[in-house]
Write a protein that binds this ligand. Structure first.
Ligand code: SAH
Length: 244
């Protein structure tokens, strides 16, 4: 039988948010590859090889997935959330670009519930207006570009989802991101810190931009920044579909 690579998103944490087609792909796999904590979420079974690797080894993992599939295995690559959002789908295609002899392989991407949508649903509808998603990590792009994108998105009055806001190796950049937002946003803005959404450790905290502190975010947090229309209604937060 010929091999395949299926790149799947296993959602933000709760099993109920894994789609049926992703569950079916996991059940049919001979090999599942992914970052160590995501592989820990997969139940072992007879005939299934689990390949856990470190976070920084995405391209190696992608290349490994392609070569296993070329050898006839049914390979699944897992990402948290959605595999196309700052995750493994792009890494697999990057590895494929370097391997023209594998361009005919059967490769599919199955969507998942990305962190910003799970977080937004918890809060209400803070992404109900035009919004954008920005990865604050500068591992793969220069920090000045991150600042430019933040500044222009704030000027254009987008709501925003900020992924990878802060890590131990980059403690100062989220503080700088908050400064940029305060410089550009003239009126009040709501900021939602959504941590470990849909897991037992979930914590959702909403503050005014003026009161947002860098230590409110870590690598398990997605930060939603409202636009000028984002407001509270009862216990909920929503952004208007109309301007102003
Ligand atoms: N592919 C993933 C994102 C990977 S980048 C997705 O679609 O969700 C990793 C970042 O995602 C984290 O730093 C955090 O900002 C966010 N994230 C992932 N899972 C999360 C969760 N359960 N709660 C809050 N943020 C989460």
């Amino acid at each position: 039988m010929s091999g395949s690579v299926v790149i799947v998103g296993i959602g933000p944490g709760d099993e109920a948010l894994i789609t049926p087609e992703v569950s079916a792909a996991l059940a049919a796999a001979t090999d599942i590859l992914g970052y160590i904590p995501y592989i820990a979420r997969i139940a072992p079974r007879e005939g299934l090889a689990l390949h856990a690797s470190d976070n920084r080894q995405e391209i190696d993992r992608a290349g490994h997935a392609l070569s296993l599939a070329a050898a006839g295995r049914q390979v699944v690559v897992v990402s948290s959330g959605d595999p196309g959002v700052f995750a493994m789908a792009a890494a697999v295609f990057e590895a494929l670009e370097r391997a023209p002899e594998l361009h005919g392989l059967d490769i599919r991407v199955l969507p998942g519930v990305t962190a910003m949508l799970a977080a937004a649903a918890r809060a209400g509808a803070p992404l109900g207006c035009d919004f954008c998603a920005i990865n604050l990590s500068d591992n793969l792009k220069p920090w000045p570009l991150v600042e430019t994108r933040l500044r222009l998105a704030a000027q254009a009055d987008f709501a925003m989802a900020l992924y990878n806001p802060r890590s131990a190796s980059r403690p100062h950049q989220f503080a700088r991101a908050l400064e940029v937002l305060r410089e550009v946003c003239s009126g009040p803005r709501l900021v939602i810190f959504a941590r470990a959404v849909t897991t037992p450790n979930e914590r959702i905290e909403t503050v005014a931009l003026a009161d947002a502190r860098p230590d409110m975010a870590d690598m398990r947090t997605v930060v939603l920044v409202g636009n000028s229309t984002t407001r509270r209604v009862g216990r909920h937060i929503y952004s208007s579909r109309r301007t102003g």
